[in-house]
Ligand binder design. Structure first.
Ligand code: GLN
Ligand code: ZN
Length: 772
């Protein structure tokens, strides 16, 4: 293989949602029937073109394979599923007569159709991106069923670009897959590796034919301890895979990447010895690996610019890492990002409203590409050539360190003075007795998770208020009417513990970010979370404090309308951190405690206002769990600690609830117990109540609300099915512990199904109450 060398700088991937979410708009209007497939193709081709041009403008080479071809219509894992013949059997009928997968089938696999459920969605490593889980069984027939990768290479070629297609590698693809329903018990998708590899060989040949000189195969599974395959087995799979792919006669040069954490030593050794031309490793999260045999013939892409945070960061340190990497004896060293840049927004220049000083500390995707271009120049011309750039980055870092708001003495004095007692609420039995006496709730109390439908009316009113078309007084009046309607509805339905419905919140994290000091919010800082969906994480840049009460007026108003208890509703510190871009200049635990103290004050104010039940949502507790097992205890320590700090100031008689969105109860039971909330609601309906057995087996002794129906679809649960779940629960768990609630908040639902579903929930509860 005589490969054209990779140039001195590259990125592992670029955001694909578009600077103004063009992809979202195009894809969603195509789904709605308003944009033809041809027009969608044209729009996305423009988007890809704009990306290549932009990357060239920012300093990557047009024809040297440094520009990644990393576009996806929906998801990079689904792209492979559709390409290697692995569309599940229920979608086979949607293929073209020659077996190839048209875009319509691709989207249907992502979104489902009628009774054909879409592919399951789950988190991509420890990011907020979600991929579609491939379903692989012994019956899966691998074959090249899409030429999209090759077509995009050719499209670039036609415009004078030589780009580097980015494809999820075969080991990661199978390691992330789950077994099909048809597979026998114990079947492992990775057992199909040898059958899959010939299709990758064919794919590589097609990419070469289309004009690719390099291909990037992403193998993040090799860093992870979260996939269900142990590191030694993964390394063995990688050895086999890359012996075959590297040995293929007709292929582009291969760059294997392993971002998101440090490669296992086994995988590092195997890849160094594999017959591929280049390896990319994450030097942001990982230490410098050892010199191992095989490197002398390889190009090493040092992931030194963070693909996941939005900080300009320490360019000098990045340079030093590249220098150290040179010491491993590789044929050449290239400056790279730690991961794809798909996890950060496009461009700081799109944020005119952000404080200028803050802006000077930031790097979104385009600024990161600029940093790569600087480091590449350094590698090519020597350090002197970039000395000014390094100095400017260092100066920005120093400016950030000393800027007002980054360190606030009053905040630090408070966190510095914390003692163990601040993290503890005291005896649960005593609390339970005080709460029973205060609340007089029936057995199996019914409630909801917090939000009620965010209707078009609510969204429009919010937008009009933001534009100044509604005065704040008018908007507040609108929200009050909305709250009053939600309270009346809940009383009519006969629910026991009410909520105000959260109409004032655009987003459960951004709402708090907007009302706390230390945060900034962006206008265009969108990051793809899955498919056409994007979120706009806030930027937590300074010490966090609460200038004024945030939720109290709404809760107080809602409570004034009813004799039933209304839950105060807060987002917990871990979730606020997980769904924001957080500062990188201090341990997360320290930042979490600052947020926790702000919430603690809010809880105190809610109590003063007469709120007897307060829910602190932590749906991201599981999400942030580190990939490396060795890092998990420390994480659980600070994350659980911050929740406890937020809630431990509550009175004995105040009932603290928490909500977690998932049902992997068994995985996090110790953490859930350690949160020490009085009541915890979790997902249970999608797993058809299996979680009830886990709860029972765990001996969990506080209040627990296993969600009795799935809010992710408009389907209305019948009284019978809710009854069945409740009967199962009362058999397995002491009745006094059980709460009855949906799986999650109702904000994405419509009112028709919400009313009908909650009516059935209450009817089932009333029936089961008579039996216990
Ligand atoms: N209280 C929030 C709601 O009901 C919780 C959302 C969540 O768990 N993601 O919307
Ligand atoms: Zn939830």
């Amino acid at each position: 293989m005589t490969a054209p060398a990779l140039p001195e700088g590259t990125i592992l991937g670029y955001p694909r949602i578009g600077r103004r979410r063009e992809l979202k708009r195009a894809v969603e209007s195509h789904w709605a029937g308003a944009l033809s497939e041809a027009d969608l193709e044209a729009t996305t081709a423009d988007l890809r073109r704009a990306t290549r041009e932009r990357l060239a403008e920012l300093g990557l080479g047009r024809t040297d394979s440094s520009i990644p071809e990393s576009f996806s219509y929906y998801d990079q894992v689904l792209d492979v599923t559709a390409t290697v013949g692995a569309l599940p059997a229920r979608f086979t009928r949607l293929r073209d007569s020659d077996g190839s997968v048209p875009l319509s089938a691709y989207f249907t696999a992502a979104r489902g159709e009628g009774d054909d459920a879409p592919l399951e969605m789950t988190k991509w490593f420890d990011t907020n991106y979600h991929y579609l889980v491939p379903e692989i069984g012994p019956e899966t027939r691998f074959a090249l069923t899409s030429d999209r990768f090759a077509r995009q290479v050719a499209e670039a070629r036609a415009d004078g670009f030589v780009t580097r297609p980015v494809v999820v590698g075969p080991v990661t693809f199978l390691a992330l897959a789950k077994a099909t329903d048809a597979a026998p018990a114990g079947f492992a998708p990775t057992s199909r590796l040898d059958d899959l590899l010939p299709v990758y060989v064919e794919l590589l040949a097609s990419l070469k034919a289309a004009g690719a000189e390099w291909v990037q195969l992403d193998e993040p599974a090799l860093v992870s301890e979260s996939v269900d395959v142990d590191p030694a087995a993964l390394a063995a799979l990688a050895e086999r895979a890359y012996a075959v792919l590297g040995g293929a006669g007709d292929r582009p040069s291969i760059l294997v990447t392993a971002g998101y954490a440090q490669l296992s030593p086994e995988a590092w050794q195997v890849l160094a010895a594999a017959p591929v031309e280049a390896l990319a490793i994450d030097l942001g999260r990982g230490a410098l690996p050892a010199a191992v045999p095989g490197l002398e013939s390889k190009t090493l892409v040092g992931g030194v610019i963070d693909g996941r945070n939005i900080w300009r960061g320490d360019l000098e340190a990045a340079w030093q890492k590249l220098e150290a990497l040179k010491g491993l004896g590789a044929a050449s060293v290239v400056a790279g990002t730690t991961t794809s840049l798909q996890h950060v927004p496009h461009d700081v220049a799109d944020e005119p409203a952000l404080d200028e000083r803050l802006v000077s500390w930031l790097a979104f995707a385009d600024q990161k590409v600029g940093q790569i271009a600087v480091l590449a120049r350094g590698l090519a011309e020597g350090r002197d050539a970039i000395a000014d750039d390094l100095a400017a980055a260092t100066a920005a870092l120093e400016d950030r360190r000393s800027a007002p708001g980054v360190r606030v003495d009053a905040v630090r004095a408070r966190t510095g003075a914390l003692t163990d007692a601040d993290f503890s609420r005291g005896d649960y039995a005593e609390r339970a007795a005080a709460q029973d006496a205060a609340l007089h709730l029936p057995a199996l109390p019914t409630t909801t998770i917090g939000s009620f439908p965010q209707t078009g009316d609510i969204r429009r009113a919010r937008a009009r208020h933001a534009k100044g078309e509604l005065t704040t007084a008018e908007y507040d009046g609108f929200l009050r009417d909305e709250i009053a309607a939600v309270i009346t509805l809940q009383e009519d339905l006969g629910l026991d513990v009410l909520v105000h419905g959260e109409p004032e919140r655009n987003d459960m994290v951004q709402y708090f970010a907007e009302n706390l000091d230390g945060f900034a919010v962006t206008q265009n800082g969108w990051v793809q979370s899955y498919g056409s969906r994007a979120t706009r994480p806030s930027i937590l840049w300074g010490d966090v404090s609460r200038p004024a009460p945030i939720t109290v007026a709404w809760a107080e108003y809602a409570q004034s309308l009813t004799a039933k208890p209304v839950k105060g509703m807060l987002t917990g510190p871990v979730t606020i951190l997980a769904w924001s871009f957080v500062r990188d200049d201090q341990p997360l635990g320290e930042t979490a405690n600052q947020v926790a103290l702000a919430l603690r004050d809010e809880i105190g104010d809610l109590e003063q206002a007469g709120i007897a039940i307060i829910q602190v949502d932590e749906p991201a507790l599981r999400e942030l769990l580190p990939l490396k097992k060795a890092d998990q205890p420390a994480y659980l320590d600070w994350s659980v600690g911050s929740f406890r700090l937020a809630t431990a100031g509550a009175e004995t008689a105040t009932q603290v609830h928490t909500h977690l969105c998932y049902s992997e109860f068994a995985v996090v039971i110790d953490a859930i117990a350690a949160l020490d909330a009085d009541v915890t609601s979790i997902e249970a309906a999608r797993s058809r109540g299996d979680v009830i057995d886990d709860i029972s087996a765990s001996g969990f002794s506080h209040g627990i609300g296993p969600g009795v129906y799935d809010i992710h679809s408009p389907r209305i649960p019948s009284v019978e099915e809710v009854t069945e779940l409740l009967e199962r629960a009362v058999k397995a768990i002491p009745t006094r512990q059980i709460w009855v609630n949906p799986d999650c908040g109702l904000k994405t639902r419509g009112y028709a199904e919400t009313k009908a579903s909650l009516r059935n929930l209450v009817a089932a509860t009333v029936a089961v109450r008579e039996e216990v």
